[in-house]
Design a protein around this ligand. Structure first.
Ligand code: ATP
Length: 251
């Protein structure tokens, strides 16, 4: 069983960080919320509405946007086009209206371009707006993916290892960006991240998983001190304990 009775709330306007050693079930949890994996029991509610009662293709329409660990963009499209696609769900018109260039479709196109420009500016991507995504370095593509998710104006933003594969300076930059976006936009975020400093500094609440079970939940300070959490990381020979936790265990 990949997830066994895992329960927690994500309060509006807060960041909830999910931690756990390799194989704990973090990605499975994301895939269940996105409805990529079937769920065999329990429920997942967004403002009291069961996501499990919705078809998979309606999940984005309900206001859930996500980024992926390895970045999932349309590589042959430009940065601006990728971001506009994120806003299309909210502002786009039907295929026929677009194809026949109805006035409503022309207005929608302008609104999409304006929306893309807004996110390009907010994420510092103006200089690469017209570059093909495949030509850009990994760190920039991560920011494009974040911009596309934000352009959906999500009620819940799910970030899957947003700093994985980034260098030290890029990690600092993206962490500061997520913090400032949360403050400016009042984002509600579910964050999976192995980088302990990033999770602990960004999250209002941290939930720790191990072998598919929730072993702790609370403020970052509470979870870092939790003996079960320290044990789970020290017992994990694959990823090794995060340095913060290792120090605490040693003392
Ligand atoms: N498609 C699958 N089929 C069978 N088992 C799977 C599948 N996906 C994940 N698992 C198993 O489910 C468990 C949870 O895996 P998951 O990838 O969710 O962990 P994780 O916490 O995200 O790990 P990591 O930090 O390494 O990404 C693991 O035992 C994994 O081997």
């Amino acid at each position: 069983m990949a997830l066994d009775g895992v329960g927690f709330d994500v309060p509006e306007g807060q960041i909830v960080g999910i931690i756990g050693p390799n194989g704990a079930g973090k990605t499975t949890l994301f895939n269940c919320i996105s409805r990529l994996y079937p769920v065999h029991g329990g429920d997942i509610l967004l403002d009291g509405v069961s996501l499990l009662s919705q078809p998979q293709h309606r999940i984005a329409g309900l206001g859930i946007a996500r980024t992926f660990q390895n970045v999932a963009l349309f590589d042959t499209l430009s940065v601006a086009e990728n971001i506009a696609l994120g806003a299309h769900r909210r502002l786009g018109r039907g295929f026929l209206a677009d194809a026949l260039r109805f006035p409503s479709a022309v207005r929608a196109q302008r609104a999409l371009a304006a929306e893309a420009a807004r996110w390009l500016d907010m994420l510092g991507l103006e200089n690469v707006a017209h570059r093909r995504v495949s030509d850009l370095p990994f760190g920039t593509r991560k920011r494009v993916e974040l911009a596309r998710a934000l352009a959906c104006k999500p009620r819940l933003l799910m970030l899957d290892e947003p700093v994985a594969g980034l260098n030290h300076a890029e990690v600092e930059e993206l962490t500061a960006l997520v913090r400032s976006l949360k403050e400016r936009l009042g984002l509600t975020v579910l964050l999976v991240e192995h980088h302990m400093h990033v999770v602990m500094s960004l999250s209002d609440i941290v939930v720790a998983l191990d072998f598919g079970r929730r072993i702790a939940a609370g403020t970052p300070e509470q979870v870092q001190r939790d003996p079960e959490v320290i044990r789970a990381y020290l017992g994990d020979q694959r990823s090794g304990p995060p340095r913060d936790l290792e120090r605490k265990a040693a003392s």
